[in-house]
Structures are given as structure tokens and as C-alpha cells.
Design a protein around this ligand. Sequence first.
Ligand code: FRU
Length: 467
Amino acid sequence: MASSTRLAAILKAVMHGQPNALNDSHYPSWHLAPVTGLLNDPNGFIHFAGRYHLFYQWNALGCQHQHKCWGHWSSEDLLHWQHEPIALMPDDDYDRSGCYSGSAVDNAGVLTLIYTGNVKFEDGSRTAWQCLAVQNSTGGFDKLGPALALPAGYTGHVRDPKVWRHGEHWYMVLGAQDQQFQGKVLLLRSENLHDWQNLGEIAGSGLGGLGQAGYMWECPDMFSLGDRNWLICCPQGIAREEKRFLNTHASAWISGELDYETASFRHGAFHELDAGFEFYAPQTTLTADGRRLLVGWMGVPDGEEMCQPTVSNGWIHQMTCLRELSARDGKLYQQPVAELQTLRAEEKVYHGSADNAPVLEAQRLELLLECQGDITLNFADNVILQWHQHELRLARRSLKTGEWLYRYWVGAANRLQILCDHSSVEIFINDGEGVMSSRYFPPHPAQLTLIGRAEVQARYWSLRHCM
Ligand code: FRU
């Protein structure tokens, strides 16, 4: 499709679709969501020239995984985001099946995007190009074309470049599938963002003691925090365990030491990044004051997506809240970014048995909860959290079959921070040692009821609208 035709179609879709999305009772009031169509991965998250930029995989033309463009928001304060012109559209030969995920860097004052140009062929095969685009004086982006073709030894599933600067060079981690259909992460190096040298595989299925760990690793991100390096990735096809990795596709972290000289990553085991029903393809960036933030797609590419009721209002999915990462005792902790506290309205407090606690209005809620016994949190009869001494169990009905499905976080949880926004619940456990993120679609106004004889200490706030 020619750019001008596609732009006209998107404009029409937005003009028609926006009122339906914004009037949907499930539409978030402080999370980022598409004004129409489908949103998936966060892309190009960066602080550049005094503003934060967050791009996203966007099909403005419908709720299916097609026609992927890069939508674009910017913000000064990480709370109020404004729409920017669409950054990338799949209108060139090398990205004609989608401008897939990638990242952004500040290249000597030029905001530069590195993304995957996806090309699917009629016989079902595909190829991928890692491409560049630079911001122009109108705030839009000019494509510079492919910088990297498929590396030898891999299938057409090579995508999602995350690029950063270290010393004198640019480095890239890239998700890949090798010829034996094993998921891998490649490390590449460049002096100029245009010419890349593949340094080899630094992690993946069959490497570093991980055993069989999936047929494709998507959306890698590598960063340093505390005294080590952390690799975030989305392995597809890892085995479900009894209480971990229960989603169709997982998001995980591994930590270790990245040796830039030998291009090797000595690392430990896999850990699930979020134990809820919806979480995928996270990306991180550094804030102006040096905090490492993460944002994820609060969705998973699975068979239930299209059963979400928002599809009938022409939109689907949202981002997670922004989370600050920290490294403690060798683990990766996630906590809601501090800026969110400015959305808190008047503080309310409750001490007493869970059974006598007031019913809480769950549409825009932050709840800090401590409890020493077993209690249940009932989110509008749609999501049920059972808080046991050594385990959290989250239950939600399948949107497809109606059967109850479960997710778990195993460990002693003594403190929860819960964020609700219309159709989402994010549960932070023990100051961020674990997180469970899920969408749910309750009748509104949704209520949260605490059940159980145990004593609870609760502080809670209604959160102000900020989108
Ligand atoms: C992850 C993903 C990426 C790809 C993008 C396409 O959700 O499949 O690997 O670049 O989505 O939208």
C-alpha cells in the first residue's frame, strides 16, 4: 500500500474508532492503550532531548496482528503522554509485512530507530531486515533502509533489535531462531549503526545450561544494573511447569556477566518476569536521573486474545504501568514508577479483619496491603486472588471456554501493592520481588472485596485520571 493511501486509511480508522474506544467502560484512565485497533509490544523507549518517547506496535486498521506500524507517544513526566505522528509504516519492500519491534538510540543528537522489517512470502516463508530510521525536523521519521540482512545459519525468524552504547561501540541483541529451530540471542557490534558484525550467540536454548528452552526468543533486552548484566527475553515454546511459565509465551530474566571482549555471557537460570495472565515483550530504558524503567505489553499472543470484549469496540490491549527495576539479593525487583504516586487522591486507611474491610471501588485504585493470615481478594467476581501463607493463586475464567484458569506466585508474600485501572490488575508482591499482571473485564463500576478472618493493614487511594 502506498504511504499516502495507508495514512488516509489510518486517519479514517482513528476518526471512526476513537469515540468507541474512549467510551468503552474497559478503557484505561492512566495506562497507555490504542485509540483504535491493536497495540502490542512497546518499542523504542527512550529519554531523548528532555522528553520520554515510547513507540508501540500498532495495527490501527483492526484488532488482528497485521499491518504493524510504529505508533508514537511522548511525555515530559512519564504520566501524561501525547500522541505524535506515526513513526513507521510498512510501505517499503523490505518491511512490507510489518515494521516489527525494535529500539531507539540517541546517535550524536539524532533520535534513531532500529527496527525489524518483516517480509513474508506466499509459500509461508519469511525474511527479516534490521532497518534504520532517523527523526526529521517535523518530528516524523525518515527511513534509511536495511542495515543488516539475515545472519547466516538462522531461519527468517530474526528480529527485535535492542541497541545500546558501550564504550566506543554500539551493541545489539537480536532474537533469533537457528536452523535446528532453537531460540537464540545474538550479540552484534557496530561503529556507526550501519555496519554490524555478528559476535555470536550469547544465550539461548541449549546454551549455558538452560537445556531445551524454546524454538524462538523474541524481544531481548540487555542492560547492567547493580553489579551484573541482565538479559530479558521472551522464549517461545518453553515447557510449562506446574506453577510457572503457564502462559502461551513467557517473559523471563537471566542475570550474569557479559564479557564484551569475548562476546560471552556467563549466566544463571531462567526466572519468570511476571506470573500473571497477560505480560509480554517488555522493554527497558534509563530515565534522566539514571533509573532503569521497564514497560511491557499487557497481552500475550494466544488463542484467547480475540475473545476480549473490547474487540467489539474496535480496540484491544494496553501497556503495563511503568516499573522501576532494582537488583536485590541477585533478583530483579519491579516496582511501580514513583511518579505514579502523584496520581493518588486522598489516602484512606483500614486496620481490622478482612471480612469487615470496606468494599473498594476498583476502577482506579492503588491498595497497599499487609496481612499475616490467609485471605481472598475478589475483584468483581472476575478475578480471585487467594493469598495463602506460602503462595498466591490468581484465578480467572477463560474468555474462550469459561473454565477457571490459575496462575501462581510461590513464596511467602507479606506485602502486596495492587494497581487497578478499569480492566487491569497489577499485583506487586513483597515490594516487587514478584508481579502478576492481568486483564479482566468486569461489569462497571467494579468492586474489590476482601474476604477472610485474618487481620489486614490497608492503605488505599483512588487514582486520578491522567490520559
Ligand atoms: C512480540 C512480537 C515481536 C515482533 C512483534 C510483531 O510480541 O512477535 O517478536 O517484532 O511482536 O508485532
